[in-house]
Design a protein around this ligand. Structure first.
Ligand code: GTP
Ligand code: MG
Length: 457
């Protein structure tokens, strides 16, 4: 630490969003830009800010290190996007910035598998309250009701055996996965505690090979009030397994996010448009549950004055943490034609602004960004939008090997979310990443520097 830098400002940044939203790619690009900082390409805080003495530190006890080197290497040498995240991970680094005279920065970032946010509603709820919450979603949504038909039939059967009930719930979860419904909870059905994801298969095979809980002998499912009243012994068993699950899977992740100073919420507008109105509704619901649990905003007891004082006087490890900055991020900007990029921002605002507006003591902002720009735009022709990139999938949806760059069409974006739209009504084809091979040359990005300026505060 320099002689004037008498203190350390600790910034803890949590990144959340549905699976495949772009969290790991965003963190990989961010770390690359901080580590190999170039103030012209990544103006952090303002033009001309220089970063120095960048040091990587080990993660906190109980955390896996975020595999930055592996992710960047996959992008560059494998020409592949990083693999999906299988466990929660943390990256810790320290650096000095020329615009902070008296303090250096200790940055901790958190990456979680997107599947886990479907469990957020478990925290702070009893088993009975979680059951009611989930059963209300199922009852009020045709797609959920249809997928969960086996489970709804099983709970209506008097004296149904525990094993049959659990299998019916597993079959219902499998149906949800196969109809791309993200509210799959317990999420270990989709991604187990050992990081093994469910492989595409028939609902029956998935129901027979996966567990709804920590392991085979500790499975549980929601129970309606009538079943809880008729079968109190079953409720007690499921309550115990639920509590163990919350302690092992949900609480560590949610506690870490709650202790963050900034939260980045990714909303993949391209995926929501391509996925249909059901995907949009599900993502809103999951985000609402997550933000209710994390409860960002000013601390009800300590308040803004104590926070300001603690920032100045307390050593960084004693500083209380709670989320006071919330960034909503629409990633993969490069998959949308430049003519539509403001619309991308507008759509995200319309979807989630209310969630932040209603909270006191919260600074929030919206960003449309590309972590790794992997396309080039072409001028729009007759209102049609074209980009150039290396396509990742063929017309049949199967993965292609990397080939030459091609021109391909992308959908235009509406000014507002339609009242209804079908899956496939919009399309934004995936492309292979474009990443400089030189290790100290970070990828081309858009607005990631603005996001970093906002959250590293
Ligand atoms: N074109 C483009 N595609 C991106 C970008 N960022 C992410 N993607 C695409 O989104 C996919 C998912 O990105 P990840 O960062 O692995 O997603 P994640 O949110 O970490 O997903 P989980 O680990 O499953 O929770 C990648 O494989 C890319 O296809 C980007 O900046 N540009
Ligand atoms: Mg990931």
């Amino acid at each position: 630490m320099g002689i004037l830098r008498v203190k350390t400002t600790e910034c803890r940044v949590g990144v959340v969003g549905l699976y495949n939203a772009g969290k790991t790619v965003l963190l990989t690009s961010l770390i690359n830009h901080l580590q190999d900082h170039d103030s012209d390409r990544f103006p952090l805080g303002g033009p001309g800010t220089r970063l120095r003495k960048f040091t990587v530190l080990p993660p906190d006890p109980g955390w896996e290190p975020f595999n930055y080197t592996g992710c960047r290497d996959a992008l560059v040498h494998g020409g592949r996007w990083p693999a999906k995240t299988r466990d929660r991970a943390q990256y810790v680094c320290r650096f000095e910035r020329s615009d902070w005279t008296f303090s250096d920065c200790l940055l901790k970032v958190y990456d979680l598998p997107g599947e886990r946010i479907a469990d957020a509603a478990m925290l702070g709820r009893s088993f009975a309250a979680w059951s009611e919450h989930l059963l209300t979603v199922i009852a009020n949504d045709t797609a959920y009701r249809t997928a969960c038909a086996p489970f709804l039939a099983a709970v209506a059967e008097p004296g149904v055996k525990e094993g049959d009930l659990l299998r019916a719930y597993r079959l219902s979860l499998a149906n949800l996965i196969l109809s791309f419904k993200p509210l799959v909870s317990p999420s270990t059905f989709l991604l187990d505690v050992n990081g093994q994801p469910a492989k595409p298969d028939t609902p029956e095979a998935l129901a027979d090979s996966r567990f709804t809980g920590l392991a085979e002998g500790s499975q549980f499912c929601p129970l309606p009030a009538a079943v809880r009243a008729a079968r109190p012994e079953l409720e007690v068993v499921f309550e115990g397994r639920f509590a163990e699950y919350v302690d092992r899977v949900v609480r560590p992740a949610v506690d870490a996010l709650k202790s963050c100073t900034s939260l980045v919420v990714l909303i993949d507008v391209t995926m929501l448009l391509a996925g249909g109105v059901g995907m949009y509704d599900d993502n809103r619901l999951i985000l609402r549950d997550l933000l209710d649990v994390l409860n960002p905003g000013e601390h009800p007891v300590f308040g803004p004055i104590a926070r300001g004082l603690s920032k100045v006087f307390l050593p960084h490890q004693l500083r209380p943490g709670w989320i006071t900055r919330l960034a909503f991020v629409a990633p993969k900007l490069d998959l949308v034609h430049p003519a539509d990029r403001d619309r991308m921002l507008g759509l995200m605002r319309r979807m989630v602004a209310r969630y932040a507006d209603n909270r006191d003591g919260l600074t929030f902002d919206f960003f449309n960004l590309a972590s790794v720009v992997s396309t080039k735009p072409l001028p729009a022709e007759d209102g049609k939008r074209f980009l150039v990139g290396v396509p990742l999938r063929g017309a049949d949806g199967k993965k292609l090997p990397p080939g030459p760059e091609q021109r391909f069409g992308v959908s235009g974006l509406p000014d507002d979310w339609p009242n209804d739209w079908a899956a496939g009504a919009f399309s934004f084809p995936e492309v292979y990443p474009r990443m400089p091979v030189r290790k100290d040359y970070p990828p081309e990005q858009v607005n990631l520097d603005r996001l970093a300026t906002f959250v590293i505060d």
